[in-house]
Structures are given as C-alpha cells and as structure tokens.
Design a protein around this ligand. Structure first.
Ligand code: SF4
Length: 230
C-alpha cells in the first residue's frame, strides 16, 4: 500500500514549505541589498524583528533619541512601548495622535535628526530597490537623510519581482489600504485601486526609490518571513 503524502516523512507540510520558500526569496533579496551597502537581517516573525531591534540594534547604536515614520508594521511590532520604557532614550512619539496638528508637524521636523529612525516601506523590488510613497514626506525625507541610523521592518508581502511591480503594489495595494485605514474620502477606497485622484484627501505626494545605503550600513533592512503591515 503506497504511503499517503500526509504520513510521508519526505514531505513538508504546506505551510512549512511555503515559509521555507519565502525564506529563500528573502535571503536572496537581502544579499542583493547587501551589495549596495545595506545592513540586512532575515527573521521569522514581527516579534523576532522587535527582539532584534531591542537586543541588537539599540545596544549597538546606543541612540539617545528615537523616532518613527508612519508604519503599520512598526505599530504591530510593539517596539514603541519597549522604547518608551527605556530610561536612557528620548522617544519623539510621532504615533501620538492626540497632538494638535502644529505640534505633530514640529515633532516630525525634529524626528529628521534623531539617532535612530524606525519605519517601513511600501514595497521592495527583489532587484534591489526600496519604494516609498508619502503623503506628508516626513518618512521619505528621513530615510534619505538626517537620522544617523534607519531601521526598516519589511514583511514578506512587500516583496515584488521588479521595480515596476513594486511601484504597482505601492499604488494599487498599499495606497488604497492606507487610505481606508486613515478613513480618507478618496476614490481608491471605493474601487480598491489607485485612480490618481485630485482629492484634497489624497495621501500620495512624494515617491522615493532607494537603491544604496550611504554611508554603508546606515540603513538596516529587517526582512520578516510573515505578512506584516500593508
Ligand atoms: S493617488 Fe488618490 S486614488 Fe491613488 S492611491 Fe493615492 S489617495 Fe488613492
């Protein structure tokens, strides 16, 4: 009687095989970015990403000031609370939505010169490009220049085969999802795809494509082998 696949010790369960395949993609992509000066890590979960940040990155760069760019991935990670509890670090909490608009803008301006800045991207091309699209531009600005160290949490769902696909993902998946999250009255919240709107509530203003970390190691990419953020 033939051995059923379920009991065959030579076969991996579907989820395990999927995770293993994703890991290969993430490791290959990480290597591509390392060639251009990025520091990289590949971890299995958002919890692992938070642990890496608190137990490896923070002790290594000993930041006196930390801040954040808008990112569901970072908010999911729990690092905000961990950093707020850190007695030697001043946290410029850009996730404090109780602040009036002027104070919030001022905090984002100050965040451009912190020691450690933590955020995410909208998409990553496996060919070696980070794609970001901002409404305000504080996150795109900080990733380009200012903070001494930048850490990006990147769920595997952000991976795309090419730059073109990464821009398409940014426009047609991340854009509508973020507009819905922010309860914006934009056409994409009805259609589920970008309509290149002229709405006053538009959340898309500034694109950046980053393909090199300068200085070397300034940007640390933490690739996460699960779906995180959008
Ligand atoms: S440009 Fe407008 S329609 Fe397109 S994703 Fe941004 S907010 Fe939505």
């Amino acid at each position: 009687m033939p051995t059923s696949k379920k009991n065959d010790p030579r076969t991996l369960p579907v989820l395990e095989a999927r995770t293993a395949t994703w890991r290969l993609h993430l490791e290959k992509t990480a290597k591509q970015f390392e060639k251009m000066g990025f520091e990289t890590s590949v971890v299995e979960s958002i919890e692992d990403a938070a642990t890496l940040l608190m137990h490896t990155v923070v002790p290594a760069c000993a930041p006196k000031t930390v801040s954040f760019g808008g990112s569901v991935s970072v908010q999911q990670s729990g690092v905000l609370d961990a950093l707020l509890a850190h007695k030697d670090i001043e946290v410029l909490n850009t996730y404090d939505y109780s602040l009036p608009p002027e104070a919030s803008t001022e905090l984002r301006r100050k965040a451009l010169t912190v020691d450690l800045y933590i955020t995410s991207v909208n998409a990553v091309a496996e060919t070696g490009q980070l794609v970001l699209l901002d409404g305000i531009g504080n996150r795109t600005a900080a990733v380009q220049f200012g903070p001494k160290k930048v850490v990006l949490f990147i769920g595997r769902n952000k991976l795309c085969p090419t730059l073109e696909a990464a821009m398409d993902r940014t426009r047609n998946i991340a854009g509508p999802a973020n507009a819905m999250r922010l309860n914006r009255q934009t056409p994409c919240t009805k259609t589920g795809e970008c309509m290149n709107c002229q709405s006053p509530e538009r959340i898309c203003s500034t694109w950046t494509i980053t393909e090199r970390s300068f200085p070397k190691g300034r940007i640390h990419l933490v690739f996460i082998n699960e779906e995180v953020g959008f």
